[in-house]
Ligand binder design. Structure first.
Ligand code: PLP
Length: 395
């Protein structure tokens, strides 16, 4: 079957990644074509690249109200999570000040798998906290899990599948009081907060520019200046000795420009996203009153996320049929789409087997319009009906 041109398709999977903005591409271009020096080189090409890298770092620091030396460029969001968690835990091992790490059951795999590997291969102690039906970690559970040797708590700012926002300020305040380091994976949440790292009780924060109209292949880690991190990627002394390897100057410039534009347009974007997701949520819940639920918190959620669970249906089947109709969505996390196993996030919020394979995540973006949503709402009922008939026939 001929595939329709990609530009005719409706992209509703901005939680997986976003297109790169034209302003960002324009800002990056010179660092491949004319100003391509290695920022560590002493000569003038190196100096131009080094200045650009510093400018990118300063811009990001200013936007987050942090210091330039607190901004580390990495290769992706996962690497930022890895560096935060491994860096802090190995430093604790080196300096003999604790062995225990706390995280939650609905973290992205970049956090969960890192924590599990530290437990299984290096004998760190790990507590994985449960979440409530909305996907929130409770402050009481965190407080109860803290031990004298607890070094780090890593709790995401917003969940990638169901969009629930955590009470980051409250969690951070508790951890400050207890003297425990706090990392938050804010990879989905960059536009959901006016991040002010001088005011907010956060010690480390991971961001990924490809989630906010910047390039793939670069991550950002904010790490408070009084923290020592043992580097995971060893070699040269780039990034103040915290991450070896020649820096990706063009992508750093692109990351800074993408963050600048996102922060400048934050309110406007939030209003646009909320308008579209309200239409989706109402439209889908009205169309399937008995067999579909909204997952995640009804109010404290990412403005661009509308996530659902369908009873007795496979989210992967839904996404494939929507794709045939030209609508791109996700059945959960992008890394796990296509995986027929039940969603661990849907299990963690207490859904039964009938629901946990039926996740559907719709994440809107800048270029979506009400027409896109009308089309989605028009197409979806016939797909659900078709899949139900098929499951009856084959059961
Ligand atoms: C919450 C969260 N953390 C981490 C990641 C990993 O980021 P990356 O794919 O840039 O490595 C993602 C990506 O989807 C995410 O949504």
């Amino acid at each position: 079957m001929a595939q329709r041109p990609i530009n005719d398709n409706i992209y509703l999977d901005h939680g997986a990644t976003t297109p790169v903005r034209s302003e960002v591409i324009e800002a990056m271009l010179p660092y491949w074509t004319t100003s391509y020096g290695n920022p560590s080189s002493v000569h003038r090409f190196g100096q131009v690249a080094g200045d650009a890298l510093l400018r990118a770092r300063e811009t990001i620091a200013e936007l987050l109200n942090a210091r330039p030396e607190e901004i580390i460029f990495t290769g992706c969001g996962s690497e930022s999570d890895n560096l935060a968690i491994r860096g802090v835990m190995w430093e604790a091992r080196r300096s003999g000040c604790g062995n225990h790490l706390i995280t939650s059951s609905i973290e992205h795999k970049a956090v969960l798998e890192t924590a599990l590997q530290l437990r299984d291969f290096a004998n760190f102690d790990l507590t994985i906290l449960p979440v409530d039906n909305f996907g929130r970690v409770t402050i009481n559970d965190i407080e109860a899990a803290i031990r004298p040797d607890t070094v780090l708590v890593s709790i995401m700012a917003a969940n990638n599948e169901i969009g629930t926002l955590q009470s980051i300020d409250e969690i951070g305040a508790l951890l400050r009081e207890k003297g425990v380091i706090f990392h938050t994976d804010a990879i989905q949440a960059v536009a959901s907060n006016n991040w002010d790292m001088r005011q907010m009780p956060i010690d480390l924060m991971s961001l990924a520019p490809h989630k906010f109209y910047g390039p793939k292949g670069i991550g950002i880690l904010f790490s408070r200046s009084d923290l020592n991190l043992v580097p995971s990627l060893t070699g040269g002394s780039q990034e103040n000795g915290r991450r070896a390897g020649t820096e990706n100057v063009a992508f750093a410039i692109g990351a800074a420009e993408a963050l600048r534009l996102t922060m400048a347009e934050r309110n406007e974007l939030t209003d646009h996203y909320q308008k579209l997701t309200s239409l989706i949520i109402k439209g889908i819940l009205d169309a399937f009153p008995d067999d579909c639920i909204l997952t995640g918190h009804p109010v404290d959620r990412l403005p661009n996320n509308a996530s659902f669970a369908f009873r007795h249906l496979s989210g992967n089947d839904l996404l494939l049929h929507l794709d045939i109709e030209g609508i791109s969505v996700s059945s959960g996390s992008a890394c796990l789409s296509g995986d027929p196993k039940p969603s661990i996030v849907l299990e963690a919020i207490g859904l039964s087997d009938n629901w946990t394979r039926g996740g559907l995540r719709i994440t809107v973006g800048k270029q979506n319009s009400e027409r896109d949503i009308d089309y989605l709402l028009r197409i979806l009922p016939s797909i659900v009906e078709r899949l139900r008939q098929l499951s009856i026939q084959f059961s």
